[in-house]
Design a protein around this ligand. Structure first.
Ligand SMILES: [Zn+2]
Ligand SMILES: [Zn+2]
Length: 324
């Protein structure tokens, strides 16, 4: 049985690009240090910042919230978790339970936004009525709510995208010629005053497998199932698999790829002109924003403005960020 390279206890994992074995305690520390270095290197979080962690209930969001909770005192920032109950049946109920248990165990305030209660529709219903794929509606709703919570709380929004996710997105954007999308796949996307909250990706250098082993090594609650709408044959997934095969013969090739993606930004386009949505006042690529259009079609009313007020109320109820 292999021994931990640090303490000699029984090892649970081997990290090929370090040629090191780790016991569960030291494995957890290895991942936490990886996140700490990413935060420092790319200046993702500074002392005194507020950070809202978007938590779905899956393993990556558990890794995100746990590593940030560990680093909160060391760096000196405020942390709150934000969960959207998407009302996709049992899957959503199980996700919310996992997030509640996680947040309470880590001592982090949690805000839950239930889309059925707050908006009056569910993702499957919206998908049927608008004849659009569930994932595209879900993505638009999530993007809007994450941004709204960041702007309302004056916080940076941290998402749990891991290294493999970023690589999958990057290769897909490259393949589709979406260079603007590609240029945004940096560890941080700057905010626009009053319109868009800064977005950060603290797990930028954490491999999917590492995130999984971290959650196991700490015994964190998470939902094991994938979203029922997830497509296992999507282009991103196939690109991820391709890079994982490369990584087997060339350990750390993924880290190298991300290093260039993060720093060189060769495909960044010039400054784009941003506008405010006339309905809700948040970022729009021109005219009424996607969320206000979508909610108007589904409910007869553009809901952005009301959602912003509601998020502030929910944060107040939780006593989060001194708004209580
Ligand atoms: Zn050890
Ligand atoms: Zn709007």
């Amino acid at each position: 049985m292999a021994k931990c390279s640090i303490c000699g206890a029984e090892a649970i994992a081997y990290v090929p690009y370090q040629k090191r074995y780790y016991c569960s305690r030291h494995y957890a520390e290895f991942v936490e240090e990886k996140v700490a270095r990413t935060i420092e290197k790319y200046k993702l979080i500074r002392r005194g910042d507020r950070v809202v962690a978007a938590v779905s209930g899956g393993k990556d969001s558990a890794t995100l919230l746990s590593t940030l909770a560990v680093l909160r005192d060391r760096v000196g920032f405020e942390l709150v978790a934000f969960h959207i109950n998407l009302e996709i049946g049992d899957y959503s109920q199980a996700s919310q339970r996992a997030v509640e248990e996680l947040a309470s165990r880590l001592g982090v305030d949690l805000i839950v936004f239930d889309i059925s209660r707050e908006l009056g529709f569910t993702i499957p219903e919206a998908s049927r009525r608008l004849r659009r794929p569930a994932c595209s509606i879900c993505g638009a709703v999530k993007r809007y709510l994450y941004n709204a919570v960041g702007v309302e709380l004056g916080a940076k929004v941290a998402t749990g995208h891991n290294a493999d996710d970023i690589i999958g997105f990057a290769l897909k954007d490259f393949a589709m010629g979406d260079y603007e999308g590609l240029s945004k796949l940096t560890p941080m996307v700057e905010g626009v005053d009053g319109l868009a909250a800064p977005r950060i990706r603290p797990l930028y250098n954490v491999y999917e497998k590492e995130s999984f082993l971290y959650v196991l090594s700490k015994g964190l609650p998470y939902i094991h199932r994938d979203c029922p709408f997830a497509r296992l044959t999507s282009l991103e997934v196939q690109f991820k698999e391709f890079f994982n095969r490369l990584e087997e013969s060339r350990p750390s090739i993924k880290l190298g790829f991300l290093h260039h993606l993060a720093r060189e930004k060769p495909w960044r386009l010039g400054e784009k002109s941003y506008t405010a949505c006339p309905e809700c006042g948040l970022l729009s690529s021109g005219g009424t924003c996607t969320f206000c259009k979508l909610t108007r079609r589904l409910t007869g009313e553009a809901r952005g403005r009301r959602v912003r007020v509601r998020i502030k109320e929910l944060a107040g109820e939780r006593g989060s960020m001194g708004l209580g």
